[in-house]
Design a protein around this ligand. Structure first.
Ligand code: GDP
Ligand code: MG
Length: 295
């Protein structure tokens, strides 16, 4: 069989209360050793935490901030969000602390919505003194819901993480990669940024600006507090350049303001955005030279 026939790819949504160990788990699953991005990218539905590529798989990890709130705190809009994010996942990972009690008020409505596979991780086993407790807890959770897998782990000590990975892989559907494998490495942030700016351009102009507009993030520097980026907007004719800039720069300014708002939400950080509009006849033919990723 060819590689594509075997290729697996899917969305793995991690949910869990604050401090249960989601970030620690992510670091173990996607860590640098596996040479992949961890971006705080906010898509409409998920916050992408990391993408892990292998020869024959691509796992897209994301989380849904605020999903685990008691019913009375959830607004209607939030319920919708919870619904799609739980329904969308090919694999849902629910992570809890092993010594925690089962919070049925929060979990019942979620568990009813689940459509894909669900893996329950009982984290922080290293803190359990009596190892029999692990069995007892596992049984309690088993009785609560028919999970596809229950795995006691220590994210911190890297205990059983390999089993988590293998279990996820086993549950992933056969599917070609959702994101280009060669491009989405350290260039991921630029890619997401350019997509956001491009979206603002299309929303602002609709039909007037042709689909050939391209945005290149030619500079991207992340400090502790701020991300500074330089966006080059390529059009094919100078008339288009005039449209994008607008009277006295008004249109470009509007794009910048709207894009910056989304970029800041996306990266969870302050963003300084510089924009330049450039005419590049036949840029499409030169596309290989100026890829979207800034080179
Ligand atoms: P998040 O808020 O769910 O992302 O949780 P974090 O990954 O930031 O972890 C919260 C705290 O729990 C940190 O101090 C971690 O070091 C700690 N932690 C995470 N996993 C484990 C574990 O398996 N064992 C122990 N003892 N601590 C852990
Ligand atoms: Mg965290």
């Amino acid at each position: 069989m060819s590689e594509t026939e075997n290729h697996k790819s899917g969305f793995v949504n991690i949910i869990g209360k604050p401090n249960v160990g989601k970030s620690t788990l992510m670091n173990q699953l996607v860590g640098e050793k596996l040479s992949i991005i961890t971006s705080k990218a906010q898509t409409t539905r998920h916050r992408i935490m990391g993408i892990l590529n292998g020869d024959d798989f691509q796992i897209i990890y994301s989380d849904t901030p605020g999903i685990l709130k008691p019913m009375y705190e959830l607004h209607k809009s939030m319920m919708h969000f919870v619904k799609i994010s739980v329904e969308d996942a090919d694999v849902l990972i629910l992570i809890v602390e092993i010594f925690e009690n089962i919070d049925t008020e929060i979990l019942d409505p979620l568990m009813r919505k689940v459509q894909g596979k669900v893996i329950l991780l009982l984290n922080k086993t290293d803190l359990v003194k009596d190892k029999k407790e692990i069995e007892t807890k596992t049984e309690q959770w088993k009785a609560y819901h028919d999970f596809d897998a229950i795995i006691p782990i220590s994210a911190l000590k890297n205990d059983n993480i390999d089993l988590v990975f293998k279990t996820i892989l086993g549950f992933l559907p056969v599917h070609p990669p959702f994101y280009p494998k060669d491009q989405l490495t350290d260039k991921a942030e630029r890619f997401f940024a350019s997509e956001i700016i491009r979206e603002k351009i299309f929303m602002t102009f609709k039909q007037e600006v042709p689909y050939s507009t391209e945005v290149v993030i030619s500079d991207f520097k992340e400090d502790e507090k701020i991300i500074r980026m330089r966006a080059e907007i390529y059009v094919e004719r100078s008339s288009q350049k005039g449209i994008i800039i607008g009277k006295g720069g008004a249109a470009l300014k509007k794009i910048g303001i709207e894009a910056r708002k989304d970029l800041e939400a996306f990266f969870d950080k302050q963003v300084y955005l510089e924009q330049y509009v450039k005419v590049e006849k036949d840029w499409r033919r030169q596309k290989n030279k100026l890829s979207r990723f800034g080179y």
